[in-house]
Design a protein around this ligand. Structure first.
Ligand SMILES: C[S@@+](CC[C@H](N)C(=O)[O-])C[C@H]1O[C@@H](n2cnc3c(N)ncnc32)[C@H](O)[C@@H]1O
Length: 351
């Protein structure tokens, strides 16, 4: 292996260690389990698919505390392999015992890419979604498990993911910029020159994870990508892209785009499938929405067309971070583009 190749590999190992460490703490699991929309939709989906689960073998990819594995046992699974890479697996062992399903749920500590199972599985369940759907790149691991362990004709829960974009007008950010013009009236010191600096800091190229208020959404959201989990490949995840067209509801200043996702579970017993939605019009989830601030606001009136193309790709630095590139036109304004990425929240003492 060349030196450069070795360096990349070491980087990936370190990135993975940081990633799995982030799941070793209680807070992240608390946030996920407490997210009623998330946890209850998975629970409902698993019980609604009990015909596919009863007496069958299930693989839970990234089992965490084991909650989804236990739902599957409660829905009648014969065996559940609960694969979890980080130390939260130790807690999962206790939780499984506490719920008297240790005969059914087997916690396996390791990455799904490296563990060996004694058999192929009928069902894969996984909660793999990150901010803006693809942050964390965990879907790659689910696809690896699908290709290696799912029997032909097996079931994947959820089975489809969709990405949406909509223009928004975020008043808070404009208020923050205007704030610097108000300082003189308050304290007799003119700090209006800070506005440009504030603009650079706030309207940077970070993906901001925030709750978008329903009333700040300026058009019907447009779907720009759909992933069929039975078919999509890791190669295709290297560039998930699509075009969008929106028309503004009324007069406003567009100062950001909001990106969000849904995942869909088949529901054989019901006429409609079950959707876990992170849309601003739906109850809030811990994923909130991904907000992409434009460099400057653009005025729109009713029916102004807002069109463009979104492209999502993993960051080239080897991290599991996602980048979002938006190429857009708003009304008569000239076409613009901006690339956004998730800021690095992690700190690695060895880096
Ligand atoms: C979003 S959490 C979901 C946890 C749990 N399934 C739940 O619903 O509460 C994802 C979990 O998957 C684990 N994970 C991510 N990639 C993995 C992989 N390749 N192999 C095994 N575990 C993985 C993480 O450590 C984390 O605990």
């Amino acid at each position: 292996m060349s030196h450069a190749g070795k360096k990349r590999k070491l980087d990936k190992t370190r990135q993975d260690r940081l990633y799995f460490d982030s799941y070793s703490d209680v807070t992240i699991h608390e946030d996920m389990i407490a997210d009623h929309v998330r946890t209850n939709t998975y629970r409902t989906a698993i019980f609604s698919n009990s015909e596919s689960i009863k007496g069958k073998v299930v693989l839970d990819v990234g089992a965490g505390t084991g909650v989804l594995s236990i739902f599957c046992a409660q829905a009648g699974a014969k065996k559940v392999y609960a694969v979890e890479a980080c130390s939260i697996a130790e807690q999962a062992v206790e939780i499984v015992k506490q719920n008297n399903v240790e005969e059914i749920v087997e916690i396996i500590r390791g990455t799904v890419e490296t563990v060996e199972l004694p058999e192929k599985v009928d069902v894969i369940v996984s909660e793999w979604m990150g901010y803006a759907l693809l942050h964390e790149s965990m879907l790659n691991s689910v696809l690896f498990a699908r290709d290696k362990w799912l029997k032909p004709g097996g079931v994947i829960l959820p089975s489809r993911a969709e990405l949406f974009i909509t223009p928004i007008s975020d008043p808070v950010v404009e208020d923050r910029l205007y704030f610097w013009y108000t300082v003189k009236d308050r304290y007799g010191v003119d700090m209006s020159s800070m506005s440009d600096f504030a603009q650079k800091c706030i309207k940077n190229s970070d993906i901001t994870v925030n709750t978008v208020a329903m009333e700040d959404v300026l058009s019907h959201p447009a779907r720009f990508a759909e992933l069929d989990l039975y078919l999509v490949t890791v190669e295709e995840l290297r560039a998930v892209k699509g075009r969008f067209t929106c028309e503004s509801f009324g007069s406003a200043a567009v100062n950001a785009f909001c990106v969000y996702f849904t995942v869909t579970f088949p529901c054989p017993e019901k006429a409609e499938s079950l959707v876990l939605s992170t849309c601003p019009f739906n109850p809030e989830t811990h994923w909130k929405q991904a907000v992409l601030y434009l460099d400057s606001p653009v005025e729109v009136v009713q029916d102004t067309p807002i069109t463009g193309e979104v492209s999502m790709f993993p960051s080239e630095d080897g991290s599991r971070h996602i980048c979002i590139h938006v190429d857009y036109s708003i009304g008569e304004e000239k076409r613009q583009s901006k690339t956004f990425s998730i800021p690095d929240w992690t700190s690695d003492p060895q880096s």
